[in-house]
Design a protein around this ligand. Structure first.
Ligand SMILES: [Zn+2]
Length: 434
């Protein structure tokens, strides 16, 4: 399975309705294709590795400009804009303008509001030392009149009386998971903002957990515009890099009976089923981790393991600032399930038709719209932020599917959807026995 084939179009499309169009969208079998996974394709990093990367502002030039702006040296001439995104307790400052009202002649419903990150000029975040800002990247001037800009994030959780966020200025600190569900997967700019917020949160959480050198215990201080740290002990000076924790996530497939294995954890909302997942142990390949985790959690033996795609996941626990979900199809060699109830609540084989029905497009769209409206209310000061998304993926009983799977913001969705709609992929290479 090639990612370019899987994640190519920007809008959801009907892949195999398989029957007459239904009055209720919930009855349609739909496959949502994204340009890239949520949190990937960060537009501030998008040029990395390409020839045009050199056009961007360097981190050292950006840091010099930021320092003089924070010092109030507004007479200094800078060749780019500096924009700062404040975070409080892992939540980015967010705006959510009301959408334009639909014209009276239009029969389509009003579009949900689209949230955007609330970038501030450095003059709005005074009194913070420049070395606690983390550099997120830059946009070069792109010829259509857009000035080059350097982008920064800063944690203002400990800043008393900060003069931003709140009903007064139409912005608020909003939980990233809520923003994730509220992001419209058809909106390229919105998904770009989500990726930037995820990268920023991952770096800031890493700074707040990697405070000391793991080798000698001395204080670790930020370097390279906050993208690295270094031990402050002169005789050690160990360099410390942002941490990424890889997690294997796999859809286990019974090829012969055309079934897929889905499982439930007790923390899931009711009716939600998903793929198996687990951490990698030292000295283990990704393929070995897939087989070991599947065996430990369900007692199923896995043979061939085929890579699908990967997704940065910066919305896990604070102690893991950024997980990298590495997705696989895993072919079962044995079918009998023996659930490890310490890890899972349940695991069951499901037919392709049942899995298609669990890809409940209408529920995803409803969750997106209701979360977008919620973010809009939070930014107006009408609702408190920080609620979990759990309640927002359950729907009214009249349209409740017997089960559903995670939404299009999660790699699990795309593993399940590509099996359900496109079938199991061929073994791509001679390394199938790895
Ligand atoms: Zn050290």
């Amino acid at each position: 399975m090639h990612v370019s084939r899987l994640l190519t179009t920007s809008s959801p499309r009907l892949t195999s309705p398989g029957r007459q169009p239904d009055k209720h969208l919930a009855g349609l079998a739909m496959s949502i294709h994204l340009r890239a996974h949520a949190f990937a394709a960060n537009p501030l990093r998008g040029l990395a590795g390409s020839a045009s990367a050199a056009a961007a502002v360097s981190s050292s030039a950006a840091a010099d400009a930021l320092r003089s702006l924070l010092d109030g040296a507004d007479t200094a001439v800078h060749h780019h804009l500096s924009k700062v995104l404040p975070f409080r307790r892992g939540r980015p400052l967010t705006r959510s303008p009301d959408p334009p009202a639909p014209s009276p002649s239009s029969s389509s419903p009003a579009p949900p509001p689209s949230w955007r990150l609330a970038w501030l000029p450095p003059s709005r975040v005074p009194g913070i030392p420049s070395d606690v800002f983390v550099f997120l990247g830059s946009h070069g001037s792109d010829g259509d009149g857009k000035e080059a800009a350097a982008y920064w994030a800063v944690d203002v959780s400990e800043i008393e009386g900060a003069s931003f966020g709140g009903a007064g200025d139409g912005s608020a600190f909003v939980d990233l998971r809520t923003l994730m569900v509220a992001a419209d997967w058809r909106d390229k700019d919105g998904m770009g903002e989500l990726a930037i917020a995820g990268h920023a949160r991952a770096l800031l959480e890493w700074h707040s957990t990697a405070k000391f050198c793991g080798a000698c215990g001395a204080k670790a201080v930020p370097t390279e515009a906050g993208t690295r740290k270094q031990c402050s002990n002169e005789s050690c000076k160990k360099r410390i890099y942002p941490r990424v924790d890889p997690v294997v996530i796999m859809l286990v497939i019974d090829k012969e009976n055309d079934h897929a294995l889905l499982s439930r954890q007790s923390r899931f909302v009711p009716r939600m089923w998903s793929c198996l997942a687990g951490f990698i142990e030292p000295g283990e390949s990704l393929e070995e981790a897939v087989r070991r985790e599947t065996w430990e959690e369900t007692g199923i033996e896995v043979g061939q393991v085929i890579y699908h795609s990967s997704q940065p996941w910066p919305v896990g626990p604070n102690t893991m600032p950024c997980q990298l979900m590495v997705g696989f199809f895993a072919y079962a060699k044995s079918l009998e399930i023996s659930v490890d109830t310490k890890e899972l609540e349940d695991a069951q084989w499901h037919s392709r038709e049942d899995v298609k029905r669990a890809l409940t497009f209408a529920e995803y769209e409803k969750a997106q719209r209701s979360n977008a409206a919620k973010v809009n209310q939070i930014c107006k000061g009408a609702e408190r932020g920080g609620q979990s998304i759990s309640a927002d993926l359950s729907v009214g009983s009249e349209e409740a599917a017997p089960m559903f799977v995670p939404g299009p913001f999660a790699i699990a969705h795309h593993l399940i959807s590509s099996w359900a709609f496109e079938g199991a992929p061929k073994v791509p290479s001679s390394f199938s026995n790895l």
